[in-house]
Design a protein around this ligand. Structure first.
Ligand code: NAD
Ligand code: UFG
Length: 333
C-alpha cells in the first residue's frame, strides 16, 4: 500500500512542485491549505503533469476540528509542514500576525499529530536563521551557526518553531527532519508550474524576470556598500528541482529525534553579478538602480552542504545558468 503524506501549505510555489515529485515517486499526498497566498488553479497544473488531482482540503490550521476530520480519513505516515507566511518585510510590519500564523497554528497541527500518533515530520525552515554578522568573511555556513539574535519576526518564527520541534522530539515522540533552505528559484520542467506572482514580487529572481519582460520598470538593488565582491549582497540560489530531491532524500533517511540539514548549493553570487549573468543568458537588459538597504538584510549567506552530502547522499545538481534559462522560458512564453 502507498504511504500517505499530509502536506500543509501546499499550493505555494515550492510545494506544488513537491507534490508532483512525491506522487511520481509513488507516495500518496493529501494536501491542506487556506489559499491565502495561492489558488486552486495550481491543482490544474499538477493534474496536467500527473493526470489526476491529489486530494485537497481547504483548511485553515486555526480550525482544529476540520483538521481532525482530515486526520480521521487517512492513516498518515508523514506530515510535511511548510509553515506559512514568508515575506520578511511584511513580518516587520505585522509581527503578531506572523507569530499567530506561523507559530500558534503550527501548535494546533502538532497537537492533532500527537492525538493521532503521527510522529514523522519534515519542517520547512530557512537559512534566514543564520546571522551573517557573526561570520568570518566568505565562510560557508554549516548547521551549527543558528543564532537566537534574530533581525526580523519571520526569522523569529522559524527559530522558535525549531526549538519547539527539538523539545517535541525529546519529550514527546516526534521524529523531525528540519530542512533549512537557502534561496530557492525556478519552475517545473513540465512548464505547468512556476514562480510567477501576479503582484509585485519580493524575491530577487522573479523581480529580475519581470523587469526583463518589461512588466516592471526597474529593479531596486538594496544598497551597494557592503564588504562583498561588488558591495551588493551575496546569496546561494538553489533550483527547486534540487530542493525537492533534498526532501525525498530526507524522507528516505528519517531517523529518531531531531535532525537538521542545510539545502543549498555551496556557491555564491552577488546581486549585480546575478543581473549581469541573467543579461548574458537571456540577452535582455535588466534596468536597475541602487536604493537604500532593507533593514533586515544579511550581507552574505551561502551553504555548507557537507552534512546533507555525507548523510543524505544529496547534492545540488542544476547549474545557475540552467535555472535562469528555464525561468526565462516561463516568463517569456
Ligand atoms: P508561498 O507563500 O508560495 O506558499 C505558502 C502557502 O501557505 C500558500 O499556499 C498559502 O496559501 C499557505 N498558507 C499560509 N498561511 C496559511 C494558513 N494559516 N493555513 C493554511 N495555509 C496557509 O511560500 P513558499 O515559497 O512555497 O514557501 C513555503 C515555505 O518555505 C515557508 O515555510 C517558507 O518560510 C519556507 N521558505 C521559503 C523560502 C523562499 O525563498 N521561497 C526560503 C526558505 C524557506
Ligand atoms: N534584492 C534586491 N532587490 C529586490 C529583491 C532582492 O536587491 O527587489 C536582493 C536582496 O537585498 C538580497 C538578494 O537580492 O540580497 C536576495 O533577496 P530575496 O528577497 O530574494 O531573498 P532573501 O535572501 O532576502 O530571503 C529569501 C526568502 C526568505 C528565506 C531566505 C533564505 O525570501 O523567505 O531567502 O535565505 F528565508
Amino acid at each position: 500500500m502507498k504511504k500517505t503524506i499530509l502536506i500543509t501549505w501546499w499550493t505555494g510555489y515550492i510545494w506544488s512542485h513537491w507534490v508532483v515529485a512525491f506522487e511520481e515517486a509513488g507516495y500518496k499526498t493529501v494536501i491542506v491549505d487556506n489559499l491565502c497566498n495561492s489558488s486552486v488553479d495550481t491543482l490544474d497544473g499538477i493534474e496536467k503533469i500527473i493526470w489526476y488531482k491529489p486530494d485537497f482540503y481547504n483548511v485553515d490550521l486555526r480550525d482544529k476540528n476540520t483538521l481532525e476530520e482530515v486526520f480521521k480519513k487517512y492513516d498518515f505516515d508523514w506530515v510535511i509542514h511548510f509553515a506559512g507566511l514568508k515575506a520578511v518585510w511584511e513580518s516587520c510590519n505585522k509581527p503578531l500576525d506572523y507569530f499567530d500564523n506561523n507559530i500558534v497554528w503550527s501548535l494546533k497541527l502538532f497537537e492533532v499529530m500527537e492525538d493521532f500518533k503521527v510522529k514523522n515530520i519534515i519542517f520547512s525552515s530557512s537559512a534566514t536563521v543564520y546571522d551573517s554578522s557573526n561570520f568570518w568573511k566568505w565562510e560557508w555556513v554549516d548547521e551549527k551557526w543558528i543564532t537566537w539574535n534574530t533581525t526580523n519576526p519571520y526569522w523569529t518564527t522559524k527559530f522558535i518553531l525549531e526549538q519547539i520541534l527539538i523539545d517535541l522530539s525529546k519529550f514527546s515522540w516526534f521524529n523531525v527532519m528540519n530542512l533549512r533552505y537557502f534561496n530557492p528559484i525556478w519552475a517545473h520542467e513540465s512548464w505547468f508550474l512556476w514562480e510567477d506572482p501576479e503582484w509585485i514580487p519580493n524575491n530577487l529572481m522573479p523581480f529580475i524576470m519581470k523587469v526583463a519582460k518589461w512588466d516592471l520598470g526597474e529593479l531596486k538593488v538594496f544598497w551597494n556598500d557592503y564588504d562583498t565582491i561588488d558591495g551588493t549582497w551575496v546569496r546561494d540560489y538553489i533550483d527547486v528541482v534540487d530542493l525537492i530531491d533534498g526532501h525525498l532524500k530526507a524522507y528516505e533517511n528519517i531517523s529518531e529525534w531531531f535532525n537538521t540539514y542545510n539545502l543549498g548549493v555551496g556557491k555564491w553570487i552577488s546581486v549585480l553579478e546575478m543581473i549581469k549573468k541573467t543579461e548574458d543568458i537571456i540577452w535582455k537588459k535588466i534596468n536597475y538602480k541602487i536604493e537604500s538597504r532593507r533593514k533586515w538584510d544579511l550581507a552574505e549567506v551561502f551553504c555548507d552542504d557537507s552534512k546533507a552530502k555525507n548523510i543524505l547522499w544529496w547534492k545540488a545538481k542544476v547549474s545557475l545558468d540552467e535555472s535562469i534559462r528555464n525561468s526565462w522560458k516561463f516568463y517569456n512564453k
